[in-house]
Every structure is written in C-alpha cells, then in structure tokens.
Design a protein around this ligand. Sequence first.
Ligand SMILES: CC(C)(COP(=O)(O)OP(=O)(O)OC[C@H]1O[C@@H](n2cnc3c(N)ncnc32)[C@H](O)[C@@H]1OP(=O)(O)O)[C@@H](O)C(=O)NCCC(=O)NCCS
Length: 171
Amino acid sequence: VDDKHIKIRQLVPADADLYRGIRLEALQSNPEAYGSTFKVESSKSVTLFADRLTASTVFGAFDGAEIVGIAALLINQGPKEAHKGQLVGMYVRAKSRNRGIGQQLVEAIIESARGRVELIQLAVVSDNLPARRLYSRLGFLEYGTEKKALKQDGRYYDEVLMAKDLSSSGP
Ligand SMILES: CC(C)(COP(=O)(O)OP(=O)(O)OC[C@H]1O[C@@H](n2cnc3c(N)ncnc32)[C@H](O)[C@@H]1OP(=O)(O)O)[C@@H](O)C(=O)NCCC(=O)NCCS
C-alpha cells in the first residue's frame, strides 16, 4: 500500500514458469498453509500451471522483475454456485512480508471479483494469525471452523472459514 515499487498484475499463461516457481516455493516453505503439497505439484508439467492461469484469476506482485507474491480467485462452477469465488494460493516471499504486499494482493482479488461474483470465501489454518488478521482487516468475516480440515504427518489442522459479501456495504 505504501510501497511504490510493487506492481500488481494478473498473470497470463506466458508467466507459467514464473508462477510455477513461486507456487512450488510456497508449498515447500509453508506446507502447513495449503491443502496441496510440494510432492504432488512438483511432478506437474508447466502446461498445467499455464492452464491454471486461464482457469482462475491469478495476481502476481512484482518488485522490479522479481515475483514476490501471488494470490488467486477461483470462481465456482455450476449454476447454483457461480455467485461464489474462492480466494486461494495466497503467498508472499518471506523477505517481502510486512510491507503491505499481502494486502495489495487481496485488494486486487476483491476488485477483480466485483461484478463477477457476490461472495468471496476462503479457508485459513486456524493458527495462521497473520493471515487471519489480514483477511479480517479487508472485511472478511468468520462464519465457521472446519475441525480436522487437513491432516499431515499424523497432525490435524483446523481451518477457519471466512467470507466477504461484496453485495453488502462495509470494509
Ligand atoms: C499471510 C501472508 C500472505 C501475509 O503477507 P504480507 O505481505 O506480510 O501481508 P501484509 O504486509 O499486508 O500484512 C502483514 C502485516 O504487516 C503489517 N504491515 C503492512 N505494511 C507495513 C509496513 N509498511 N510496515 C510495517 N508493517 C506493515 C500489516 O499491518 C500486518 O500486520 P499484522 O500481522 O500485525 O496484522 C504471508 O505472511 C505469507 O505468505 N505467509 C505464508 C503463507 C500463508 O500463510 N498464506 C496464507 C494461506 S491462507
């Protein structure tokens, strides 16, 4: 927000290599934060990552030429669910955190979602307090907890479910 050097733009299929690199880094460095795993995604071709950039709306944060963060909006399929989008795959490189880049990425998602969906939902591991604070600052409200939502190496993780209703006024 205060950082003039950071540019946020939507990633296109030509960015697939860049996207794959930072996505795999996210899964490797913060495995507790995501439903997917490095093991699963590192075996996928760059074509799959290019396809994701078409199927969903992915924003990248750039510090010069370097990609330092990503966030994605996935719009639900099916006539009864198409009014909802999911905010997924949020990541800012460790050295670039606490500069407002996460906030800029979520703001880009919200802007992009307006007019396309009525509701943005997300799930965040309950002990991820920095992420929960970020989302609530931007108007996401908690509507439940999924107990034992994820399991890794014998450990369970609860997820807090949050939503931002774009049709109501407010933050
Ligand atoms: C969660 C995550 C995306 C946040 O990204 P970020 O870029 O650090 O987010 P922001 O900078 O907007 O906000 C983080 C903090 O920095 C503060 N901040 C923002 N700009 C600042 C500035 N210029 N100077 C000092 N602090 C600042 C914010 O107030 C916020 O403070 P808080 O933690 O006390 O609430 C990042 O920590 C991350 O990638 N974590 C690992 C993966 C993950 O958990 N993903 C989310 C899965 S749901």
